[in-house]
Design a protein around this ligand. Sequence first.
Ligand code: PEP
Length: 251
Amino acid sequence: MRRTMVAGNWKMYGTRASVAELLSGLGQLALPDSVDVAVIPPSLFINQAIAELHGTSIAVGAQNCAVEANQGALTGEIASSQLVDAGCTLVLVGHSERRQVIGETDEVLCRKFAAAQASGLVPVLCIGETLEQREAGKTLEVVGAQLSSVIAAVGIEAFTSAVVAYEPVWAIGTGLTASPQQAQEVHAAIRSQLAKESAEVARGVRLLYGGSVKAANAVELFGMPDIDGGLIGGASLNADEFGAICRAAGN
Ligand code: PEP
């Protein structure tokens, strides 16, 4: 049985004061035991989050890691082993903002995925199509190609300790959400693509949906058979809203 997961990606938001307020709100939430909850702050605030959330069930992750697992001469980057040393347990890999704005390629993100796992972090692989690709009927082809490049690089067994997040680019930060049926169609395709390599891995891997999830639409999305929780952006910056989404995932 797959455990539901809800992870809050804070993106490049927060000041010391706003983060302190958010962490204090998160620390007071009553969260369902059946859901794995994580927050993913900007790296500047990882230590603060780990210190403040100590003693709660909320895990802390990072939004990015270096292509190298070990510390070394790579100015501006953070090694996955350093994230583990700080207390992180997961890391986003291939978020569409990094693919599109930073220009992260499949090759680079495959190296990050491998580096994360080499250090013991769970990579959360983000995949998704643009609006143009969806309108051209290419959604499953695009998402399938993004996934197969990682399977080819790291092997199917690597997905026993990884999470995949389907995040349609047109739904991220736009207020537009994929309908539960649209999301389920892609999640089912992702799972069947994984099943072609290993039925066991496909059954166990958690597939999160991301893209303008709010408390108001979470129950329906999380009710779909292949949606195992959510990757939450904007709504994770409000502790009460995030708590309501986590409770929806626990239903
Ligand atoms: C995200 O950044 O991963 C995301 C899903 O953002 P939002 O929920 O704001 O669309």
